[in-house]
Ligand binder design. Structure first.
Ligand code: HEC
Ligand code: HEC
Ligand code: HEC
Length: 435
């Protein structure tokens, strides 16, 4: 009897395995000669350029200092590093031999031309929602870029997860292919914003928490998570910024990288804006559509806080630090930071982010605050050409912890952050880690 059960179990397992291989098998799509760039219409190429910008393809398909789209950025995942590939039209190392059909399948199903499954670090879960015309336009744009011969580093995904076949299991569990479905109850602008965000810009790729298998948790869409040791804050009404992210604030932030009422962008948010959305190739109306979408999701229109009194309070707190020689923390702040972060008048100015208004002080964890202080803000982040010095070499863990505690205490009404010094040390340790 036992033997028989064993035989049945083995048979079932074999069938299961065979079924899985059958399910996961994809055929190769034959190579073609690189299409002549002149065969693509200039309109299609121009549309593709703007879509590639909104989809910030470049942020993952370039290595630091490398050629556009030649690949090499390492996407950090809990399972290892996966490198954005060369998607220039180079026939040998890029996608020069890919037909539109092969490109379309990669974007919609996460399958490479040779039939192997692609890792979900490539956001095909978003791109599957693109319209046919937009996939065509992206193809036209990429096929007309200069071909660059460049091979990317090998992925470092743990065994056995690195076996591409197993991606089929992930797809069965977490991937749904299908076009964007407009919401008829909403305006065309809202739907345009939702389409750009869901099908292309993939804001959820960083702002939505993931489960243990790396799948996004749809019920917690945009509720904030940690990426590359930074907090991507919630974009819902759980966002802790003192002043709500209204349509206009979101628009300026996405267009300029900084606003007087919310401060500056940093970290991985920067390439989204700098390499992409801030470039004039994404029209204002598309950036505005994204702002309309998120200002609806976060109900900023419904909450009507008294912005003026919040500003008055923030600016009143801005001068705290001087004339308080009895408080060593205030002294440290006055000596190290205040010359640049002090505001008077009625509205703070962008080059002097008002710390009371930025989410770096109001998030439940001090991560982003510590990151900014240790790393500084480079001239490619935040407002163009504005920099904040890095304090990693001049302030100790204890100093940064004191500053964080002091600002949290005097600029917000929130509970104190705990174990600050340990957290500063942890962020400092990551500073030297590769991206
Ligand atoms: C968040 C990072 C990220 C973004 C943004 C991104 N990609 Fe990728 N892409 C990847 C990674 C990583 C791979 C390789 C996946 C693998 O090796 O399985 C990849 C692979 C691809 C492939 C398959 C190429 C091949 O050689 O198999 C294509 C085509 C592609 N990307 C196109 C695009 C386009 C077009 C955009 C913008 C609309 C884009 N990607 C945006 C990370 C990204
Ligand atoms: C030389 C001027 C200068 C000094 C000194 C300075 N900062 Fe800054 N800081 C800036 C600028 C400018 C920005 C915004 C950068 C941008 O927009 O590109 C900034 C941004 C920040 C941010 C990010 C705010 C946001 O928008 O999220 C924090 C937090 C911060 N500074 C804290 C500090 C602390 C703490 C100190 C002292 C240890 C300090 N700064 C010292 C100029 C300075
Ligand atoms: C590659 C990861 C990544 C992507 C993609 C991304 N973000 Fe972010 N975002 C971040 C990180 C990290 C921060 C926190 C650092 C900072 O404040 O700049 C952030 C900050 C923000 C903030 C500021 C929130 C606050 O309260 O301080 C807004 C607003 C925002 N993102 C909107 C968007 C929108 C809209 C999109 C899609 C168009 C998007 N993000 C796509 C990583 C990302």
């Amino acid at each position: 009897m036992i033997r028989r059960t064993g035989t049945v179990a083995v048979a079932v397992a074999c069938f299961g395995l065979a079924g899985f291989f059958f399910l996961s098998w994809r055929s190769a799509i034959g190579p073609i000669e690189r299409p002549n760039p002149a065969t693509f219409s200039p309109e299609s190429v121009a549309t593709g350029e703007s879509l590639a910008a909104a989809g910030h393809c470049l942020s993952c398909h370039i290595r630091p200092g490398g050629q556009p789209y030649a690949g090499g950025y390492g996407v950090n995942t809990p399972f290892g590093i996966i490198y954005g590939t060369n998607i220039t039209a180079d026939p040998e190392t890029g996608i020069g031999r890919w037909s539109l059909e092969a490109f379309d399948r990669a974007m919609r199903e996460g399958v490479s031309r040779d039939g192997s499954h692609l890792f979900a670090a490539f956001p095909y879960n978003a791109f599957t929602k693109l319209s046919d015309d937009d996939v065509k336009a992206l193809y036209a744009y990429l096929m007309t870029r200069p071909a660059v011969s460049s091979t990317v580093p090998r992925n470092s995904v743990w065994f056995p997860l690195g076996i591409r076949l197993f991606q089929e299991g992930w797809k069965i569990l977490f991937f749904k292919s299908g076009r964007y479905q407009p919401n008829p109850a909403k305006s065309p602008e809202w739907n345009r914003g939702a389409y750009l965000v869901e099908a292309l810009a993939d804001c959820g790729g960083c702002h939505t928490p993931r489960n243990a298998f790396g799948g996004e948790k749809p019920r917690y869409a945009y509720s904030g998570t940690v990426v590359d040791n930074w907090i991507a804050p919630p974009l819902t009404n759980a966002n802790p910024s003192p002043i709500p992210w209204t349509r206009d604030e979101l628009f300026s932030y996405l267009r300029e990288g900084v606003t007087p009422l919310h401060g500056a962008t940093a970290a991985t948010m920067t390439p989204v804006i700098r390499n992409a959305l801030a470039l004039s190739i994404v029209p204002d109306r598309d950036v505005r559509a994204i702002a309309i979408y998120f200002s609806d999701i976060n109900y900023s229109g419904a909450s009507r806080p008294d912005v003026q009194s919040m500003l008055t309070e923030a600016i009143a707190a801005s001068s705290l630090g001087s004339g308080q020689e009895y408080d060593p923390d205030a002294n440290l702040y006055a000596a190290a930071c205040m010359s640049c972060h002090y505001n008077s008048g009625t509205v703070p100015i962008s080059p002097r982010p008002e710390l009371a208004l930025t989410s770096s002080l109001t998030l439940p964890e001090p991560t982003n605050f510590i990151q900014v202080v240790l790393r500084g803000v480079g001239d490619t982040e935040g407002a163009p050409s504005l920099v904040m010095p890095a304090y990693a070499s001049s302030l100790s863990d204890a100093d940064v912890a004191r500053l964080a505690a002091y600002l949290r205490r005097t600029r917000t009404r929130l509970p104190p952050w705990i174990e600050l010094e340990k957290k500063v040390a942890a962020v400092r340790k990551e500073l030297t880690a590769p991206n």
